[in-house]
Design a protein around this ligand. Sequence first.
Ligand code: URA
Length: 225
Amino acid sequence: MDAVERAAALREYAEQTASCTKCALSAGRTQVVFGSGSPDADLVFVGEAPGFHEDQQGVPFVGQAGKLLDRLLEGIGLTRADVFVANVLKCRPPGNRDPQPEEIAACEPHLFRQIELLEPVLVATLGNFATKLLSGRPAGITRVRGTPQEHRIGGRAVLVMPLFHPAAGLRTPRVAQTLREDFERIPDLLSRPAPETPPVEEAGTPAFAAEAASDAEADQLDLFG
Ligand code: URA
């Protein structure tokens, strides 16, 4: 797909998801927060779920955590216009509670389709929910952050870089410092040749989804894990 086709395909998919009613969150949302940024981005960030401001504005990471994300990007010479930002859930959970397994299961096809259309070089997962979903592994963010992993997403091998969630960085200066250090590795990861041999396990398969959902149920996921 060339840049024009990719932008059109993403726009069309955004229009389709705007009326999604696959889970109960559709009843309480102001709007679906599809994601924003460059359709041609090599780098895609995946957060958790829209909060109050995101639900109001229809754009991910526009609150305080988003401002930290902007500063972290600026620190490596990037802006939002250079990347694409999305979330595991496209609709706001009430009171900003954690995503529920059935919500993740209902919404994950949207994220996988986005990644399939975007064909990024690198997916940076922000926090536990995105990391566990896209890695298909139960290991928490504290353990895996900063170590890139290769995964098969949308039929392609993609490098996944687990990072702390910016909201955790707002609460704990040590986490903010770790985030800065992990972000500094991103330019090098982006310049690596794309992984060639896709691992067999595909994120988004029914088995994968079931494992991620039961894991989410089993442990009380939080931003640190
Ligand atoms: N936190 C997230 O994970 N996503 C947003 O869009 C905003 C805050």
